[in-house]
Write a protein that binds this ligand. Structure first.
Ligand code: AMP
Length: 274
């Protein structure tokens, strides 16, 4: 298999002078969580859901006024993009692209053909498909994060943004007063919510909402003794990017995300090649 067999073709793109509110809209297209930025049709940058959460954190003061939000969404894609992104090529082996993603901590790589034209994108999610063809050697326990950061249900979307931006992650389990997990909020939920409210003209109200109003109550779990292959299969089937490990009281004792699975995959493919 080559990258061209794995990649998503025709990825979401915007020209560099597009406004940031267009980025909020596009980044959710087809669940890719990235927008590729073009200059006269050529690749010049990339913007991810995580970049948008960091942007809200940076540009929206603690109270997040309307003027903060409008100051943010009328910037251009070029001002907030990561310039000259690392790329993959259609004819590359998936392991080579995986190595770049792990070594450089990138969740996605734009794909170019031999003529240097943008033809697709490959993300952590497509990499998870590679687990289908390899042995079940590694456990979830080994690759999950064991100190899970959670937020109380009355904390606001603004609070969640700041926790995610500081922690450098994209998911936040939401708890009740006993510490039991009752929902989860993701960076893409927040970006989608923001996009919807920008269109309605009230984005500043959205960021003040308590998490219990915006969270997803469908908390998907995995057992620490399950294989990473099983975790990958569940994420693909359920179309989520993370699974939680809960104790008997429903408290979070672990979390495994696409990112952790990509690292596990890298580990296993390198082990098997030796
Ligand atoms: P993500 O960007 O959400 O895929 O996560 C990046 C890294 O942070 C992975 O190693 C995750 O296991 C970890 N992680 C994600 N969310 C949390 C959280 N709420 N608390 C602790 N670690 C997390």
């Amino acid at each position: 298999m080559l990258i061209k067999d794995l990649m998503i073709t025709d990825p979401p793109t915007l020209e560099r002078n597009a406004y940031v509110y267009e980025v909020f809209r596009k980044v959710n297209e087809r669940g890719i969580g990235r927008v590729i930025v073009l200059a006269d049709g050529n690749l010049t940058g990339i913007i991810s859901t995580r970049d948008l959460v960091n942007l809200i954190d940076l540009r929206c003061g603690s109270s997040c006024e309307k003027s903060d939000v409008y100051g943010m969404i009328y910037r251009t894609a070029e001002e907030i993009m990561s310039p000259q992104p690392q790329v993959a090529y259609e004819e590359m082996e998936p392991l080579d692209a995986l190595t770049i993603m792990v070594a450089r901590n990138f969740g996605a790589l734009p794909v170019l053909n031999s003529a240097g034209r943008l033809t697709g994108i490959v993300t952590e999610r497509e990499m998870l498909l590679l687990f289908q063809d390899i042995d079940e050697l590694l456990s979830v326990r080994r690759f999950m994060s064991k100190r899970v950061k959670t937020a109380y249900k009355d904390a606001t979307v603004r609070d969640a943004v700041s926790i995610m931006a500081k922690g450098g992650f994209r998911r936040l389990p939401v708890t009740d007063e006993t510490g039991k997990v009752i929902g989860i909020v993701t960076a893409s939920d927040i970006v989608r919510g923001m996009d919807k409210e920008i269109r309605k003209g009230n984005p500043e109200e959205y960021v003040r909402k308590p998490l219990h109003e915006v969270m997803n109550r469908n908390v998907l779990t995995v057992r620490p003794e399950d294989s990473v292959n099983q975790a990958a299969a569940k994420m693909i089937i359920e179309r989520v990017g993370s699974l939680l490990v809960l104790d008997e009281n429903g408290k979070a004792t672990g979390m495994i995300t696409e990112r952790d699975l990509v690292i596990a995959l890298y580990h296993q493919l390198h082990l098997t090649l030796k």
